[in-house]
Design a binder for this molecule. Structure first.
Ligand SMILES: [Zn+2]
Ligand SMILES: [Zn+2]
Length: 349
């Protein structure tokens, strides 16, 4: 970690782009930070905000020690609004106020209306009022359209930072009105070194964690501090392996179990699907790079990845989780059972 990289692991290029904009005085009014979950998008958004308000910048990097840096890190700084599924809104009535308790699966239009109102207020202490939208994938369609107005003519003292894991899920008009910055997973060796430094791990443990987290520092951090998450992802990979070779009945039983978990354990179901995505990406990588026969063809792996994208969309839109899961199971190719451990090892960064 260096001040040049805003004390982040990896992501030197995105930090460089933002520093360049800040140094040249041409910071955009809206950024779209893209990349897989756990890659560092939210951290980068906080670093940008901290750089704007830090009380003692060091070489253009936030100190992370002053009161405002700490408030931003803790999510309590008054000029930053976090917009996510289940946030507060301005509308009256029992159906509104705070959507955290009503099982919302999307960022609602009333939350965007609140954003619009607050965006027009002068900032309290910071040079800009900052909105961090985590994630823009989660907008209700009408909500995304409502946001366009603010994106088109933002008040001059506003900075919008949209985070997105799946840019294909965004309205093209939202995308085109933002300055886009892509974050990528770190090479395994680099992440291994970072994990050794951060958590004082031995080489083997750190390398394994780097691989299991597919090069994502944030995910590795969470897996290290929360063993239940590491176990959940490991179980997901074992299930994925087993189901790839299973028949329809076994797959449908599993679909039913996952669907019944959806309403109360949404985060863990999404985590499971994310692990599956990486398993199939490894099959794709294998098929594309191995001479001779592999467990599936590249076309089959692509079909599985598309099915995983669709099921996520259907689940988030709350359309019959059981049907959505069953449709996905039918779309997954059936592979021959694997021999040995090697197929579990993620191949790709
Ligand atoms: Zn500071
Ligand atoms: Zn509302």
């Amino acid at each position: 970690m260096t001040t040049a990289a805003w004390n982040m692991h990896g992501q030197a290029e995105p930090v460089r782009a933002l520093r360049h904009a800040l140094d040249g005085g041409h910071l955009s009014h809206a950024y779209l930070l893209t990349g897989p979950a756990g890659v560092g998008k939210a951290t980068l958004a906080r670093r940008l905000a901290q750089t704007l308000v830090c009380e003692s910048l060091e070489d253009g990097a936030p100190c992370l020690e002053c009161r405002t840096c700490k408030q931003i890190e803790a999510g309590t700084y008054p000029d930053i609004e976090h917009i996510a599924i289940g946030g507060v809104c301005d509308e009256g009535g029992p159906a509104h106020k705070d959507h955290s308790a009503d099982n919302s699966t999307r960022i609602r239009i009333c939350q965007v209306r609140r954003l619009e109102r607050v965006a027009n207020l002068a900032p309290y202490a910071a040079p800009r009022r900052i909105f961090i939208i985590d994630t823009a994938d989660d907008f209700q369609r009408e909500a995304a359209h409502a946001l366009l107005k603010t994106l088109e003519e933002p008040p001059s003292s506003v900075l919008l930072i949209l985070l997105a894991t799946d840019i294909d899920a965004l309205l093209p008009t939202v995308r085109s009105r933002c300055q886009e910055i892509a974050l990528h997973p770190m090479p395994y060796a680099e992440l291994t070194a970072a994990l050794r430094e951060s958590f004082e791990l031995d080489e083997i443990t750190a390398a394994r964690l780097a691989r299991d987290a597919h090069g994502r520092y944030g995910l590795a951090h969470r897996m290290h501090t929360d063993p239940s998450l590491a176990m959940l992802r490991e179980t997901a990979l074992a299930d994925c392996e087993r189901l790839a070779a299973a028949g329809r009945n076994e797959r449908f039983d599993y679909a039913g179990t996952v669907a019944s978990r959806w309403s109360r354990e949404r985060a863990s179901v999404l985590e499971t699907l994310d692990a599956w995505r990486y398993w199939w990406r490894d099959r794709l990588h294998e098929a594309a790079n191995t001479p001779g026969p592999t467990r599936c063809t590249a076309a089959e792996a692509v079909r599985a990845l598309q099915a995983l994208t669709r099921v996520r969309e259907h689940l988030m839109a709350n359309t019959y989780p059981q049907l959505a899961m069953e449709a996905m199971m039918l779309d997954l190719p059936t592979l021959a059972a694997a021999h040995g451990e090697e197929s579990r090892a993620p191949l790709m960064v």
